[in-house]
Design a protein around this ligand. Structure first.
Ligand code: DGL
Length: 287
């Protein structure tokens, strides 16, 4: 069963609707979700974002589904306590294992996962239907991507590769150079050798877009590299409008919190987020 993107009906008048000037809450296990935050900032420049990186407990991709559900609920509740009007789970592993639980716990607050957006983008990008999904062990084991892609492209030939080392490389900022390229080649090289017939690589982990320099160097410019960022940002825009929660005109911004590694989050934010100057320090928090 493909889990639907949870687009709830507009909030009922019996409950106080959230304030449109509240931020959008965004979380990931680490810095990967900043790739989604960057897409949200580009698409919705008037919105404020509150980002949480659960760096102290990453990676999520090697943890059991039950542990990921627990971590995702804790991250979500943290953001809700701070006050958010929409939650974006900018983590494929958490979206794969915990979207239903988090959406239920937070109802009627709207909650968006990233899997449906990634699947839709890959299904649209592939000419041959040969799609390789690179993701964490947890996401590949869950089978969400093959199911979600098949629902859109029954002709697709989807194969999956768990790439846990990519998460560590991205976190450490080793996104180019011989080590990152060797890891990419060893993990994915065969899948894009000519006889395989694959033309699309779905980056099914929000850390992986950070590795585009190494992916391009190792795999060449043949495969389409697809991630969920832009599609999630479009879904967020639609959802906010449907709920009457679009921010008033003006310049938005982003505040960052992390359960550890504040310096690392700040370095990645400075590289990824347009206009983030580091003026407001990354807040270290305990969930
Ligand atoms: N960025 C996350 C994802 O999209 C998780 C990486 C990890 O913590 O293993 O799956």
């Amino acid at each position: 069963m493909v889990r639907p993107v949870l687009i709830r009906p507009p909030l009922s008048s019996s409950r106080p609707a959230p304030d449109p000037s509240l931020p959008i809450g965004v979380f990931d296990s680490g810095v990967g979700g900043l790739t989604v935050a960057a897409a949200l900032r580009r698409r919705l420049p008037a919105e404020h974002l509150l980002y949480l990186g659960d760096v102290a407990r990453l990676p999520y991709g090697t943890k059991s589904p039950a542990t990921v559900v627990r971590y995702a609920l804790q991250a979500a509740h943290f953001l809700v306590r701070r006050g958010v009007k929409l939650l974006v789970m900018a983590c494929n592993t958490a979206s794969a294992h915990a979207l239903g639980e988090v959406a239920e716990a937070l109802a009627p607050l709207p909650v968006l996962g990233v899997v449906e957006a990634g699947a839709a983008a890959a299904a649209a990008a592939s000419r041959t239907g040969g799609i390789v999904v690179a993701a964490t062990e947890g996401t590949t084991a869950s089978g969400v991507y093959p199911r979600a892609i098949a629902a859109r492209r029954p002709d697709a030939r989807v194969s999956q590769v768990a790439c846990p080392l990519f998460v560590a490389l991205a976190e450490e900022g080793m996104t180019a150079g011989p080590i990152a390229e060797a890891v990419v080649r060893a993990s994915l090289g065969e899948r894009f050798a000519a006889p395989a017939g694959n033309d699309t690589l779905l980056l099914g982990c929000t850390h992986f877009p950070l590795l585009v320099p190494a992916l391009r160097a190792a795999l060449g410019h043949g495969p389409a590299l697809v991630d969920c960022g832009e599609a999630v940002a479009d879904q967020a825009a639609t959802l906010l409008a449907a709920h009457g929660l679009t921010a008033p005109e003006g310049a938005g911004g982003i505040r960052l919190a992390a359960t550890g590694g504040a310096g690392r989050v700040a370095r990645h934010a400075a590289a990824l987020l347009p206009g983030w100057t580091g003026g407001t320090p990354v807040e270290e928090v305990d969930l």
